[in-house]
Design a protein around this ligand. Structure first.
Ligand code: GAL
Length: 643
């Protein structure tokens, strides 16, 4: 071997330093790109559907249980209705082999992973079997060195064994090796990547000393955005996504990010994975359902085909959602359906009562969730006891969920305005769960809701805007490329249920999810009604300045219109904002600098033939505090002259 010459060595060192340094930040994040950045591979065009072992078995998984679930998906007909993923969660691993770092399967639980005549273990026969049933297979790992069960399921007999290093089964330091093993060698289709390894293994955690784990400074401090290193977490998940691209050239794998709504995952999850958990673990209680639902329901603008908010897996079949609580179980399913949540069953399907199979298998509810347009339902009415969520479907009709959060019956009124339908034309109504047509109504309709009931309807009427749709009706076309949130704040509107683990031992449940101030459909960023210079807007997009919204127009609409200005609720009253519309990267229209209190300004652009429309709100005063802005009545018209 020839020794490299000193100059060559120096150049080599400089080059590798340059390659590993982050690029100097010269890119203006508000500059239009004219490019849709979402990697919408075949796996994630609609929310994923399938089964996961966690809510049914925690770490007590066996090959029989998982294969039993897969067979039941097929024999019950659920697979034909779209439930294709069979996902192994935490508990499958034995250790990371010391000699070469290869992950070893616990063959006592998964006997088919024994490789005769070799010290290796392999999930390939198991995955082949799942594939042989016409299904897809998912596996679980962690972004840190250790997994959640190693902190929270300490009594489990299925924790990794061996030395400190051998028990480091998470991805940290092994990303490429493990992703290659999961995707290329074992042929898994779906990866859930949890984050406890970067949250719960700090030097001060008692579990670290007690179990001789290598301490890992927590990059996620739950509920404390200021102490959480969101860019580190994002960077690590990006490494995983890059490895997936290397080892899944067909772009068919699904990456499920499990950072429980922490580390600003709301903002970047869509750019990195196909779904991201918006909250903590769901438990089978009403209170927990409310919290999980809230963590995703106010984030409609951040999800679209290829990228979905994940309020956690279904808990239908257990606790307050078991076969004795069918109203609650149906509510759970209706709500997850209308906000485009992943539909992952968490029940031992080998012995499922028909009443539960009928819930998971309701094809009309599934069709709402799987509608190809991918518009997440938007809150049209929200109070502590009642919410009305409306979702635009690809055939022009709408799905509506009237959700009684309370334990008493309620009288609700559904109005044409909630639906963005004309008040003066009849609205046809079908009840989804029992497929009954209800009498058409004009203007408004009264509905009674039993305690915890969700009435799920499909409605059809005349659009409020002839030949046009409000942008807030089309969240599936929106990508919030930059939402202007400069400093993470905790969202006080998400329900804070009593902890299922520690009860009332603490001094109370505090807000834990960042995202307050993010982009909103039909609301100002901090929850007030949209208003500019004293004029209110029932519809529009509320977003902070320093923001760029992309719209996937794909030459469909001809004209974009809005009434823009600084929202009356803004915290910063001094900054001025310029609003601009771009089409495929070209400036089409803009306002002058607008100030607080000024009347809304009409802004319109011809977008015929445009693929990507971009809406930019920019402040020029350089102040650190963003300004709340409103794209009031933002709408897309089919014909150039309309609106
Ligand atoms: C949690 C995760 C759960 C489950 C569990 C496994 O962090 O949110 O969905 O995967 O870990 O230990």
């Amino acid at each position: 071997m020839t020794r490299p010459k000193p100059l060559a060595l120096l150049l080599c060192v400089l080059f590798s330093m340059a390659a590993s340094q982050p690029q100097a930040q010269t890119i203006d994040p508000l500059a239009p790109t004219g490019r849709w950045p979402i990697r919408d591979g075949s796996a994630a065009r609609t929310p994923p559907m399938g089964w996961s072992s966690w809510n049914a078995f925690r770490t007590e998984i066996t090959e029989d249980k998982v294969i039993g679930a897969a067979e039941a998906l097929v024999s019950s007909g659920l697979a034909k209705r779209g439930y294709v993923y069979v996902n192994i969660d935490d508990g499958w691993w034995l250790q990371r082999r010391a000699s070469d770092g290869r992950l070893q399967v616990r063959t006592q639980l998964f006997p088919s992973a024994v490789v005769q005549g070799s010290a290796d273990t392999s999930f390939r026969p198991f995955v082949d079997r799942i594939h042989g049933l016409g299904l897809k297979a998912g596996i679980y790992t962690d972004i840190g060195r250790n997994a959640c069960s190693q902190a929270y399921d300490l009594e489990s007999p299925n924790l990794p064994v061996g030395s400190t290093r051998e028990r480091e089964v998470g991805l940290y330091g092994h990303v490429d090796q493990d992703i290659q093993l999961f995707l290329k060698d074992w042929k898994f289709d779906y990866l859930k990547v949890d984050a406890c390894g970067l949250a719960d293994f700090g030097a001060d955690q008692s579990v670290v000393a007690a179990h001789a784990y290598r301490p890992m400074p927590p990059a996620i401090v739950r509920g404390r955005p200021a102490q959480t290193d969101a860019s580190k977490i994002r960077g690590l998940y990006e490494e995983v996504a890059a490895a997936i691209r290397r080892h899944d050239p067909a772009n068919a794998a699904f990456l499920s990010i499990c950072a429980w709504g922490q580390a600003d995952v709301r903002q970047w999850g869509k750019d990195v994975g196909q779904s991201w958990r918006t909250g903590e673990d769901i438990t089978p209680s009403w209170s927990s359902l409310l919290q999980s639902f809230d963590s995703a329901a106010g984030r409609a603008l951040y999800a679209h085909p290829g990228a979905w908010n994940d309020p956690d897996m279904l808990f239908i079949g257990a606790g307050e959602f078991d076969e004795h609580h069918l109203t609650e179980a149906r509510s759970h399913f209706s709500l997850w359906a209308i906000i485009n949540a992943p539909l992952l069953i968490g029940y031992d399907l080998r012995q499922a009562p028909q009443a539960l199979l009928d819930i998971w298998g309701n094809s009309d509810v599934i069709a709402i969730n799987q509608d190809p347009a991918g518009h997440q339902g938007v809150l049209a009415y929200s109070a502590d006891d009642l919410q009305i969520i409306v979702k635009t479907l690809s055939d022009g009709s709408k799905a509506v969920a009237l959700f009684n959060r309370s334990a008493t019956s309620l009288q609700a009124t559904l109005t044409a305005d909630h639906l963005k339908f004309a008040k003066d034309a009849p609205i046809a109504v079908r009840e989804v769960w029992n497929q009954q047509a209800l009498p058409a109504f004009t203007g408004e309709m009264a509905l009674t809701l039993a305690p915890h009931e969700t009435r799920l309807l499909r409605v059809n009427g005349k659009r409020q805007l002839p030949g046009a749709l409000y942008l807030s009706e089309l969240p599936g076309l929106v990508n919030v490329a930059v939402d202007g949130v400069r400093q993470s704040e905790l969202d006080p509107t998400i329900r804070r249920g009593m902890s299922p683990w520690s009860g009332s031992r603490s001094d109370g449940e505090r807000p834990v999810y960042s995202g307050w101030g993010g982009a909103q459909a039909d609301s100002a960023p901090y929850g007030t009604a949209l208003a500019v210079g004293g004029r209110s807007f029932a519809s529009g997009i509320g977003i902070l300045s320093g923001s760029r919204i992309q719209i996937k127009n794909e030459r469909r609409f001809a004209r974009f219109t809005a009434s823009v200005g600084i929202d009356d609720s803004t915290r910063n009253r001094k900054g001025s904002v310029r609003f601009s519309i771009y089409g495929d990267g070209r400036l089409l229209a803009h306002t002058r600098e607008l100030a607080f209190g000024q009347a809304p300004v009409a802004l319109a652009a011809n977008v015929a033939g445009v693929n990507i429309i971009e809406l930019v709100a920019r402040t020029h005063d350089g102040s650190a505090q963003p300004v709340s802005t409103a794209w009031g009545s933002a709408a897309l018209s089919e014909a150039a002259g309309q609106q």
